[in-house]
Ligand binder design. Structure first.
Ligand code: HEC
Ligand SMILES: [Cu+2]
Length: 276
């Protein structure tokens, strides 16, 4: 065990040698301390199931849990209190013989095996040990395998977790905050017509849109999962996170081809072609 841990730490240290100047020993110390800091949240399922997600992009069904006291605090307008644990359970979605996820009567994907758990825990003071460049307040991250043992590989590089949640600083780094608050919007209408793109089932539709310079494209999110238009132009541009029913518009003034992805689900891709 001791030896195994030493090996992992060495590997992290060398893989991240390039950023050592900024992060220094802190990063290694953090990775090393990581698996001990967050324990598997036994009994999480006795808390509140505050959101489910059909992850069509990776064929998973997800359940998000936290304690009643944390839900109550957030719903009364406070930040998630110290001691809050958010548990995300990842199930493989059952698929038909064509590999398409099967849906139950409620419209959700049907659960297969648990493939892993992702956990966020917040404790006063924890943020101080995380390099300021990617700190998420006092949140810490950990991943567990389907059998609840630590996911060593993911835990050796939790920087990836911090990086992806960092743009959500405005909502306490909790991407599913609307679900936690109970403010997620209801039914959303699929938009149609020129210059509109629907974001549904983890796809941009149509995936490719052509417009004349000066025109505006409007994206509307139909999914209960949040999405975000992220243009990969000369400098990255991220739209606000769109909850169900929300829209975002971008005016394209310059000719060219603009590839974009979802900032939350990088596997989602689209393209805008702007002509004269
Ligand atoms: C590619 C971006 C990305 C990375 C990397 C990432 N997450 Fe997330 N995370 C999300 C999104 C998007 C959600 C919202 C739920 C969903 O769509 O599955 C989320 C939700 C969560 C939640 C539920 C609370 C919340 O913020 O909504 C937890 C807990 C969580 N992630 C933990 C982790 C852990 C632990 C890691 C690293 C092992 C990690 N995440 C890495 C994008 C990411
Ligand atoms: Cu998305």
């Amino acid at each position: 065990m001791q030896q195994q841990r030493k090996k992992i730490v060495t590997k992290v240290a060398s893989a991240l040698a390039g950023v050592a100047a900024i992060a220094g020993g802190i990063l290694v110390a953090h990775s090393q301390a990581m698996p001990d800091r967050i324990k598997f949240p036994e009994g999480f399922e006795k808390g509140v199931l505050y959101q489910t997600v059909n992850r069509a992009d990776i064929k998973q069904f997800r359940e998000l849990y936290t304690s009643k006291s944390s839900v109550d605090a957030v719903r009364s307008g406070k930040d998630a209190p110290s001691g809050t644990v958010l548990t995300l359970v990842q199930y493989a979605a059952k698929t038909d013989d064509k590999g398409v996820p099967v849906r139950g009567a409620d419209g959700n994907f049907v659960k297969g095996n648990v493939v892993g758990y992702a956990v966020m825990e917040k404790r006063a003071g924890w943020g101080a040990t995380i390099p300021a460049a990617w700190r998420n307040g006092d949140w810490e991250y950990a991943a567990f395998m389907g059998d609840k043992t630590p996911n060593q590989k993911a835990n050796a590089n939790t920087k990836g977790c911090f990086d992806c949640h960092l743009p959500h600083a405005g909502q306490d780094f909790v991407i599913s905050l609307a679900g936690l608050k109970g403010t997620a919007l209801g039914a959303a209408q699929r938009p149609s017509g020129p210059g509109t793109v629907a974001v549904a089932e983890f796809l941009f539709g149509p995936e490719k849109v052509s417009v004349k310079a000066g025109q505006t494209i409007t994206w509307t999110n139909i999914d209960s999962s949040p999405h975000q238009v992220t243009l990969q132009a000369s400098s990255e541009f991220r739209s606000p996170v769109m909850l169900k029913g929300q829209s975002t518009s971008i005016q394209f003034n310059n000719e060219g081809t603009y590839g974009y992805i979802c900032g939350l689900h990088p596997g989602m891709k689209g393209e805008i072609v702007v002509t004269k």
